[in-house]
Design a protein around this ligand. Structure first.
Ligand SMILES: [Zn+2]
Ligand SMILES: [Zn+2]
Ligand SMILES: [Zn+2]
Length: 342
């Protein structure tokens, strides 16, 4: 414990929110370098001891004045000759490097933010690469210093997520929908929207903007009409091995041949068909089934080059060995959509 009169630990400095700076009893802020920021504020008290002339000379050469010794025999509070701020540094740093002024660094960040059209509010406590800013729109934005730097240099711009959501809500309202949330399967082009009838469905934002957003429950388009999930066996008669395909269609069985643009020699055998209440349900369920197959049974997925010449699809084709697994998936789908639509 130093014998000098300890500085009163500043109340604000004890909170994690202000860990970057410490206020001294003379009402001045002491900037503490990042690596020391986890130290409690009350370690930065005066340390009694004389300041050797050689330290004073070194500080002068490097643009500082030694304000006082602090914390222990190894630390100094340096006063910047440019901005007058106090920054805590090790004597070792003063001797071997150019100490950085916390006040000048902060002024740089404020200036950079202003150039980027932002107001720096405070640094982020958890990640030293981030800070909170107030945008032109008034919203608080957490951004990386590096990004703000690029914005200040005109290389990119600050996109406010809350403003974007508000814009999307307005777009949805114009089309008679309500924006619910981003797409839960992570597709950046899609959002989930709610229709006044209560139906919630994912719609590509671009489609919604153009009004191409029929409600799958009460709308008129095919997405609202009954549809089918089919599981078929395909033999091509041209040397291509037998394959199975899982898909969905709004058309009855006889149209599949046309839809898949099969060669004349091909033979289609229907293994199973499940009626779905809407095309929207059919496409979503089918997509989920393919995702499950790709994830859990990648060996069953037939490489595209095997069928590229005989089938008008790019994927969703499996080896016959997948039949048992696919039947299991279809059992699950049928259990969820028990209503038969004729
Ligand atoms: Zn300075
Ligand atoms: Zn905003
Ligand atoms: Zn509806």
């Amino acid at each position: 414990m130093p014998k000098s009169q300890p500085l009163r630990p500043p109340p604000r400095a004890l909170s994690r929110d202000n860990s970057y700076e410490v206020v001294t009893n003379s009402g001045r802020r002491l900037h503490v370098p990042h690596r020391s920021r986890q130290m409690p504020a009350d370690v930065w008290v005066d340390f009694r001891g004389t300041v050797p002339e050689i330290w004073k000379a070194m500080a002068r050469d490097k643009g500082f004045r030694i304000h006082r010794r602090v914390r222990d025999r190894l630390h100094l509070a340096l006063e910047c000759c440019i901005c007058g701020s106090l920054t805590a540094h090790k004597v070792y740093t003063l001797r071997t490097a150019q100490p950085r002024c916390g006040g000048c660094a902060e002024a740089d960040l404020i200036a950079q933010a202003r150039k980027a059209g932002l107001v720096l509010l405070r640094r982020d406590q958890r990640d030293r690469h981030y800070a909170l800013y107030r945008g032109k729109c008034g919203h608080v934005l957490k951004r990386q210093f590096e990004l703000v730097n690029r914005v200040a240099n005109g290389l990119t711009d600050v996109k406010c997520r809350r403003c974007l959501i508000e814009r999307e809500q307005e777009e949805a309202r114009k089309q008679g929908w309500e924006r619910v949330r981003r797409d839960r399967s992570g597709n950046p082009s899609y959002r989930e929207y709610r229709h006044p009838c209560g139906q919630v469905q994912r719609i590509a934002r671009g489609n919604l903007q153009w009004g191409q957003c029929d409600c799958a429950r009460c709308g008129k388009s095919w997405t609202a009409k009954p549809s089918y999930i089919y599981f078929i066996s395909l033999e091509f008669g041209d040397g291509t091995p037998r394959l199975v395909k899982l898909g969905y269609s709004k058309h009855p069985v006889k149209r599949w041949r046309h839809q898949l643009k099969l060669p004349k020699s091909a033979q289609v055998d229907v293994i199973r068909v499940i009626s779905m209440p809407t095309g929207h349900d059919a496409s979503g369920t089918e997509r989920a089934a393919h995702a499950a197959l790709m994830r859990e049974h990648p060996d069953f997925v037939v490489p595209n080059h095997i069928f590229a010449d005989v089938l008008n699809v790019v994927s969703e084709v499996y080896w016959p060995a997948a039949e048992g697994v696919i039947q299991g998936l279809l059992d699950g789908i049928e259990a969820r959509y028990p209503t038969k639509i004729s």
